[in-house]
Structures are given as C-alpha cells and as structure tokens.
Design a binder for this molecule. Structure first.
Ligand code: NDP
Length: 264
C-alpha cells in the first residue's frame, strides 16, 4: 500500500528515543522529512543524523524542552526556517509521574500540565497556520491507556493525559474544516529503554531478573501477555498520518494488547 506520505514534513516531540524515535524512523521510511526535538541535544541531533543517513530524508534534531513556551517558539521558528512549516505534528514527549494526590505539589501539577497538555496546545496553535496554507495536515497526540484507565501510583500523569484526550477531541472538531485530522493514540505497555532501566533498578540485588519483572507486568495486565515493541506501535502512527486514514477524525485509538477493561 502506498501511504502517499513522500516529501511531507513531520514535527515529532520526544523523537530521540522510544516511541517517538520509532515513529520518526517509520515516517522516514515512507519518505517523510523530520524535525525532532528533545532536551538532550546531543542525542536528538545524533538520531536525526542517523535517520537522514539511512533513509535519505532531511532530518534535523533540535534542543527544546516542550514544557516551556519559549522553547516551543524557538523550535517552531527553526521548523519554519528549515522546512517552511509542517504537514504532520506528533505530540509525543512525556513521562510518568509517581505520587499521591495528598503529597503532590502545585509545581508538579503545573509541570505535567505544561508537558502533556500545553505543549500540544502551543504546538497546535503554532503549526496549524502552516497546515492550512498547505491544504491540510495531521495531528496525532500520544496520550496513554491511563487517560481513561488510571494507574493508582500516578494521578498527575493520568489526569494530564486525560486533559490531552479532551483537547484532542476539541481540536479535531475545530480543524477538520481545514482538512486537518486530529486523533489521539492511547498505547498500553510499550517496551522502551525507560521501562528496561526501571526494571533493572527495581530488580537489582533480588532473585528476579529484569526480564521476569517485565514479563510479570505484561502477564498481569495485558491479555496478550507481553509488551509491544515501539516499532509495532509506530506502524499504527504512520498509517494514521497517511491520507489512507482519511475518515479517521477525532477518535481515541487504543494500542494496548487488550489491556483496556471496558468497551468505549
Ligand atoms: P521515553 O522516555 O523512551 O522517551 C521520551 C522522549 O521524550 C525522549 O525523546 C525524551 O528526550 C523526550 N522528552 C521528555 N521530556 C521532554 C521535554 N520536557 N521536552 C522535550 N522532550 C522531552 O518515553 P516513551 O517513548 O516510553 O514515551 C513516549 C510517550 O508515550 C510519552 O508521552 C508517554 O507518556 C507515552 N506512553 C508510553 C507508554 C510506554 O509504555 N512506553 C505507554 C503509554 C503512553 P529527552 O529526555 O532528551 O528530553
């Protein structure tokens, strides 16, 4: 199937590792040029170089902390200078939290709302004018199954991702008249390096290996009984960016191996 993505331009936040990197590689394989951002400049610049070298697309890596409005402004200015705008925006950067409501601070709530919600709001406002000029576009917001099925140990993560879900729906309604399709993707257990690092830390000096630890999490939660690879999830992102997904608008798509316990 030709996904008709050649020579489009995609902006991906958190494109230097894990899910964002896999989506970047998947889009590059379809001929999409890339503007990636992350806080660790050396890593994101290096990954962009590697992708450009492997697939022949143009790819840039930019240091930007998307929880900060000024960094987003600077990133978008670079995207405009290098590519004249973008056709695709993937709001992906994010991370788990870990607290109780009673021990949470206003500062922590503010940070996660900036990272998970306001980054998407600000990037959407900045890039939609370019998409309109190009005749349309795609915005994919990467939330989490936790946006609807919360994990007990991270209420801030759950709540900020739920806010992103509602923003996504509102944006879909507002922008479809401009031929801009907005959708939300809710992954379940995706085996990124961060999961491996955590598992190694938690099992150090115990009788359980990190692999056994992760295997138990998968078997306890997802009916499929395993984690997905970032690439398995990225295939779905790439399809959703394509005009082949032209009737997909304003929805939340779960890629979770059956973990969601209800029908929606
Ligand atoms: P990783 O930790 O592997 O990667 C996160 C990426 O985001 C990195 O490129 C990181 O680079 C970047 N990043 C983090 N904070 C910021 C910031 N403030 N500004 C700019 N870039 C930032 O995460 P995953 O790939 O696992 O997760 C990606 C998204 O998917 C997240 O939003 C997460 O909530 C969601 N998700 C993940 C699941 C999973 O099982 N892995 C399940 C459900 C949802 P750097 O550190 O250099 O900034």
């Amino acid at each position: 199937m030709d996904l008709e993505l050649r020579d489009k331009v995609a902006v991906i936040t958190g494109g230097s590792v894990g899910i964002g990197l896999a989506v970047a590689e998947g889009l590059a394989a379809e001929g999409v040029h890339l503007a990636l951002c992350a806080r660790d400049e050396a890593r994101v610049v290096q990954k962009a170089k590697e992708i450009a070298g492997q697939s022949g697309v143009r790819a840039i890596g930019v240091r930007a902390d998307v929880s900060k409005a000024e960094d987003i402004e600077r990133f978008v200015a670079i995207v405009e200078k290098e590519f004249g705008g973008a056709d695709i925006l993937i709001n992906n950067a994010g991370t788990g939290s870990g607290e109780t409501i009673m021990d949470s601070t206003d500062e922590k709530w503010d940070y996660y709302m900036d990272l998970h919600l306001m980054a998407a709001v600000r990037l959407t406002r900045a890039l939609v004018p370019f998409m309109r000029k190009r005749g349309g576009g795609v915005i994919l917001n990467n939330a989490s199954i936790c946006a609807t099925q919360p994990l007990y140990y991270e209420p801030i993560y759950n709540t900020s991702k739920a806010a992103l879900a509602m923003f996504s729906k509102c944006a879909a309604n507002e922008f479809i008249k401009d031929n801009i399709r907005v959708n939300l993707i809710n992954p379940g257990l995706i085996l990124t390096p961060d999961w491996v690092k955590t598992a190694k830390q938690l099992t150090q000096g115990t009788d359980t290996t990190w692999e056994q630890y992760l295997d138990k999490i998968a078997k306890d939660n997802a009916p499929i009984g395993r984690f997905a690879t970032p690439e398995e999830l990225a295939h779905f992102f790439v399809f959703m960016c394509s005009p082949r997904a032209s009737y997909c608008v304003g929805s939340s798509y779960y890629v979770d191996g059956g973990w969601l316990k209800v029908i929606t």
